[in-house]
Design a protein around this ligand. Structure first.
Ligand code: ATP
Ligand code: MG
Length: 656
């Protein structure tokens, strides 16, 4: 099969005319075809990437619920992300790296990226890394993390990226799961100007791990001068890079369903699961999503403000933009430092077209002076995509009004690798977005909302668990790394007919718009009334004094559960006096009672400085709830900021 130009003309606007305006019905027809003519649809989409050897079978579903896509086809992620573009894009920026922690500002063209990745691949190859070997990448937002990922892909090796700065215990667990040959790391990370030395974390992890790697490759950035390399174990990448400068490492073609990486879920509901991703299906799905979901074009610039250590970073900082021939911005730093306009400065400086981040980040900006949102010329920006947590209406409205762009929610999971639902239909630019809705199923996803016990489809506006009829589309997880049984048991055992459960609640209105209500185990049951955490939090965040909130159900003798709300106030002023505090408390309770219903009125409001979140920005409601019920907060390995939990502990024991 010849390397097709990305974005076949027929595919643009879902098969319609270039200028065509799409109706919801047309979108639905496009989507229906992706399910009913599954193989036809995906074999067309497969033309978006280069196949060294054509596939024989589009989808092998002979051993449900396991699906294999583009079976027999040979391809390579690195080749598709870099080599394939060289003729046309040698001098186009591929990666722009901006760090407000170190002050770095570096541009790498596709030509530069080719050279860097080849030097990296030559280094890994020298350390014995080859097809199927695992490499742990334990790094912050450094450009070398991207080089390392792509170098692994080039060699047919499997990367397992661990958020930089994760505690030694979490790192050791992931090392033992992956049994890596090599680990790639650095001397230190930085966050808000604070240095986090990695050396001691690495040493401790390697001491406790049962399957430590043979070598540790340090990409030093000169932050921790005290780092001492261990003889016989550690290597300095700077030396090896020089040695391999100009190297060209042949691409290792792999069969489409060979794993490309292992990545852990965020650990919001418990112990993280090691998602195994394939190669060909992932490449095809990502390339298709750039057009169908992110409305982007080759040559444009995408800024995904996320971390490479989680799925949004893997898919939309690294692989998708590069597969699609775009320029991708890699940003290290906080959204509010040196000031809360930094993202919009980047948008202006580099003419960003597509931006992608999380509602959590936007809520952090919403706490700041709105002036920062307008300080820069952001007219290049077409859309702001948000995912990761329910996007409450007030936040969505605020972002859209302050930036003057369309804000689009999309809903997915580490497991799926790319959006399941998206509030996006190119061709139908403005009409279809409903505030608070994550939109419609993306092509390939056969989505259903079912009753939690019977598995029967629920009616319009009724709450049901969002399930996917297998086979899962291309790009979704192939299995849990090293544990097929856990894969089947975890995801396919809740309902008859082996439906894939997302464990999220949703409703769908008469027109087919989906609304994610939160996780199915987050539902609060007050005297037999089932309340979504999201509805309550959304009501609370409509209060002008509120920056952020978390609602949890807490055991109660009479009612089964009552609502506790944890609230971060925009400013501490009101909380200084007893009167101010109780007035605020009263008005928050009132807004919930008015908007959701009297039954949802929080029994208690706790004001806290911060809410505990995972490294990927998700609220750890289970830990909040456990603390409120004086239980053990559970697996905290992915907790971002221990201080937030402390603030909560003191909040919980304090007044109500
Ligand atoms: P774990 O599975 O380990 O408990 P996690 O589910 O938080 O962690 P991720 O895969 O990072 O790990 O997050 C996916 C989840 O995030 C979804 O299942 C959903 O609950 C939530 N989510 C993602 N996007 C949205 C969105 N647009 N609206 C509402 N919720 C979302
Ligand atoms: Mg999950």
């Amino acid at each position: 099969m010849r390397p097709n130009g990305v974005g076949t003309p027929q595919a643009r606007n879902f098969g319609g005319e270039e200028e065509a305006t799409l109706s919801i019905e047309e979108y639905k027809a496009f989507h229906r075809r992706s399910i009913e003519d599954r193989d036809g649809f995906w074999s067309e989409q497969a033309g978006r990437i280069f196949w060294n050897k054509p596939f024989e079978t589009v989808c092998d579903f002979g051993r449900p619920p396991f699906a294999r896509w583009f079976v027999g086809g040979e391809t390579n992620l690195c080749y598709n992300a870099i080599d394939r573009h060289l003729d046309e894009r040698q001098d186009q920026d591929a990666i722009i790296y901006v760090s407000t922690e170190t002050g770095a500002e570096e541009r790498y063209t596709y030509g530069d990226l080719y050279a860097e990745v080849n030097a990296f691949a030559a280094t890994l190859r020298e350390l014995g890394v080859g097809r199927g070997d695992r490499v742990i990448i334990y790094m912050p937002m450094m450009v070398e993390a991207v080089f390392a990922m792509l170098a692994c892909a080039r060699l047919g090796a499997i990367h397992s990226m661990v958020f930089g700065g994760f505690a030694a215990g979490s790192l050791a667990k992931r090392i033992d799961d992956a049994k890596p040959r090599v680990m790639v790391t650095t001397d230190a990370g930085m966050r808000g100007g604070n240095v986090i030395p990695y050396g001691p974390l690495v040493d401790e992890a390697l001491e406790t791990a049962e399957h430590p790697p043979e070598s540790v490759l340090f990409c030093r950035r000169g932050i921790d001068e005290d780092l001492e390399l261990v003889d016989g174990r550690d290597l300095d990448y700077a030396e090896l890079r020089e040695k391999h400068a100009g190297a060209e490492v042949p691409v290792q073609w792999v069969e489409s369903s060979e794993p490309s990486y292992i990545l852990y879920t965020s650990g919001t509901t418990g112990t993280p699961k090691g998602v195994q991703r394939d190669t060909g299906g992932y490449a095809v799905a990502l390339a298709a999503s750039m057009e169908h979901v992110f409305d982007s074009a080759p040559g444009e610039t995408m800024f995904t403000a996320s971390d490479v250590g989680w799925v949004v970073g893997h898919s939309y900082i690294v692989y998708a933009p590069l597969l699609y021939g775009m320029t991708s911005i890699l940003y290290e730093g906080l959204p509010i430092r040196p000031d809360p306009a930094i993202w919009w400065k980047i948008v202006e400086d580099y003419g960003v077209h597509t931006m992608f981040t999380s509602p959590t980040a936007i809520r952090a900006l919403r706490k700041q002076d709105p002036e920062y949102m307008k300080r820069h010329d952001t007219s290049s920006l077409r859309k702001l995509f948000l995912a990761g947590e329910p996007l409450d209406e007030p936040t969505s409205r605020w972002a859209s009004e302050s930036l003057g762009v369309s804000v689009r929610d999309n809903y997915w999971q580490t497991e799926t690798g790319w959006p399941i639902l998206a509030a996006m239909m190119p061709g139908l630019e403005d009409a279809p977005v409903k505030a608070g809705s994550a939109g419609f199923p993306c092509a390939g996803y056969d989505v259903e909302l079912v009753h939690e016990e019977t598995g029967e489809p629920v009616g319009p506006n009724e709450r049901g668990v969002l399930v996917i009829q297998p086979p899962l589309p291309p790009g979704c997880m192939s299995t849990i790394w090293g544990n097929d049984e856990r894969f089947v048991e975890t995801y396919f055992s809740d309902f008859p007919e082996e439906l894939y459960s997302t464990f999220d609640w949703a409703t769908k209105d008469e027109e087919g718009y989906h609304f994610i209500m939160g996780r199915s185990d987050d539902v609060i049951n007050v005297a037999g009334h089932r309340l979504g955490t999201r509805e309550i939090e959304e009501a609370i965040s409509d209060h002008p004094e509120v920056a952020e909130s978390a609602a949890v159900g807490v055991k109660d003798e009479d009612k089964g559960q009552v609502v506790f709300a944890y609230v971060v106030a925009k400013s501490g002023d009101k909380l200084e006096t007893e009167d101010g505090r109780s007035e605020l408390e009263g008005s928050i309770k009132e807004i919930v009672a008015t908007k959701v219903g009297a039954i949802a009125r929080p029994a208690t409001i706790h004001f806290v400085d911060a809410l505990p979140k995972t490294r990927s920005g998700k609220m750890l409601r289970r830990s909040i709830q456990a603390l409120a019920e004086s239980r053990d907060p559970g697996d905290l390995s992915t907790l971002e900021d221990p201080a937030a939990l402390e603030s909560l502990r003191s909040g919980t024991s304090g007044e109500g």
